[in-house]
Design a binder for this molecule. Structure first.
Ligand code: NIG
Ligand code: FE
Length: 421
């Protein structure tokens, strides 16, 4: 049973589970390796001379193999575009100023709230295909451009449809308050939207054709796995974020925060206090926030695409790792602050802009990104993990974070099957 992959010049992996501080640099590098996949899981890894026999073989031709990348932060479902914003920003109008004037995120909300689920699926599919080609084998996707609750739910339904084609983790994002009635909006999020996103449906028993009439319960998972809040001057306060995220926890959902993008308002402390899966952005974080994250299991997710696109200071990822924090990297793919369609390029930018070493970047984009999504079954090439892995064009794995502009990833395998990209 199974397929033995050979022709691996280097098999490179962090250890399974979240890695923090100096452990982020501790990769295993096996030269001339082999990898056995059985039932979509990794069954064995080791030097090719010790490889077990298997009914099927796949020679990768002497290239490096790394775990599939995990993109723990995207807003891949949107309608409309922000090309005029981009031009205005280049001419000197700031991102925050645009948002305050009712443009920016609010213009994407107007376009997205007007789109049907089918349209949202059609628009998001090529973005997710681009991420997959770049090496992303699991991708988080947030709502947040709906504002009204039905439109938020339509975004999550679009993600649910796309789950038939991609490994996606859906997050309900409470992004910006309405211009009027923010108190009622927050109350509605707590009383109505979060319960809708958290609802699991146990339908009445149904029978499977050809099963001899046996009855099985049909189970529909919740629309979102976690709730995220944009905690910022132009968005939600720390107190509003706390109320929303407490409600999320009461409904059994994970919690996440967009915090310290422009101002360190206290979102990082809130994330640590609530045991958030991750707190993301951190461009404005300073010593107090770094110390808090060094002492917390909450993953610090940095988004270097935003640094590049908005010209913001880079998040202090170097200092976070040196202090002992668990750092992940995401694309933050979205039309306003990070039109970055490559998980590999996000890691390459994290090396250049945030001072990560190549080894730290690989850990940040695999096991630590998995931890930011509450997943432990992927991100490392070790027995029992999902067989999600990448064959590069090169025999040296460091090309993954070195190469800019040309794709360093040749083949993407999900559960041991090569994607037809
Ligand atoms: O993660 N900062 C808030 N939210 C997104 C941007 C969304 C947008 O500009 O459309 C972010 O950067
Ligand atoms: Fe974001």
């Amino acid at each position: 049973m199974g397929t033995l992959f050979t022709g691996i010049s280097q098999l490179v992996t962090p250890a399974p589970g979240p890695q923090r501080g100096a452990a982020m640099r501790e990769l295993t590098v096996l030269e001339d390796a082999a990898l056995l996949v059985r039932d979509g899981l990794i069954a064995w890894v080791g030097p090719s001379r010790d490889a077990p026999s298997a009914p099927q073989g796949h020679d990768l031709g002497g290239v490096a193999v790394v775990p599939g990348l995990i993109d723990p932060h995207t807003h891949a479902v949107w309608a409309g575009d922000r090309l005029a914003d981009f031009e205005a920003r280049v001419e000197g109008v700031s991102y925050e100023e645009m948002l305050a004037r009712g443009g920016g995120i609010r213009s994407t909300i107007r376009a997205t709230a007007a789109a049907s689920v089918e349209e949202l699926v059609r628009l998001a599919r090529p973005r997710l295909e681009a991420l997959a080609r770049s090496g992303a084998t699991t991708v988080e996707v947030k709502s947040g451009y709906g504002l009204d609750f039905d439109a938020e739910v339509r975004m999550l339904e679009a993600v649910r449809e796309l789950q038939a084609e991609f490994a996606l983790v859906p997050t309900l994002l409470i992004h910006v308050p309405p211009v009027r009635g923010r108190k009622d909006y927050v109350q509605g999020v707590i009383n109505s939207l979060i319960p809708r996103a958290a609802e699991q449906k146990n339908h009445s028993l149904w029978s499977v054709p050809h099963s001899g009439g046996e009855l099985f319960p049909k189970f529909t998972p919740p629309l979102a796995k976690a709730v995220d809040v944009f905690c910022e001057k132009e968005a939600f306060s720390v107190e509003e974020s706390r109320r929303i995220l407490m409600a999320a926890r009461e409904h059994g959902l994970g919690v996440k925060l967009h915090a310290d993008q422009f101002h360190a308002l206290g979102g990082v402390d809130l994330a640590c206090e609530l045991g958030a899966l991750s707190v993301d952005h951190l461009e404005a974080s300073g010593p107090a926030q770094i110390a808090a994250l060094a002492d917390s299991p909450t993953v610090a997710t940095v988004l270097p695409g935003v640094t590049l696109h908005l010209g913001l200071p880079a998040a202090p990822a170097r200092a976070l790792i040196d202090a002992g924090a668990c750092v992940a990297v995401g694309t933050d793919l979205n039309p306003g602050s990070s039109p970055l369609f490559s998980a590999g390029l996000a890691l390459a930018l994290a090396v250049r802009l945030c001072g990560l070493t190549p080894a730290e970047a690989l850990t940040a984009g695999t096991v630590n990104a998995a931890a930011a999504l509450g997943l432990r079954d992927r991100g490392a090439l070790a027995p029992g993990q999902r067989a999600d892995f990448l064959a590069l064009h090169s025999s040296d794995w460091r090309e993954l974070v070195y190469t800019l502009g040309a794709p360093p990833v040749r083949d993407v395998f999900v559960a041991g099957e090569r994607l037809p990209l």
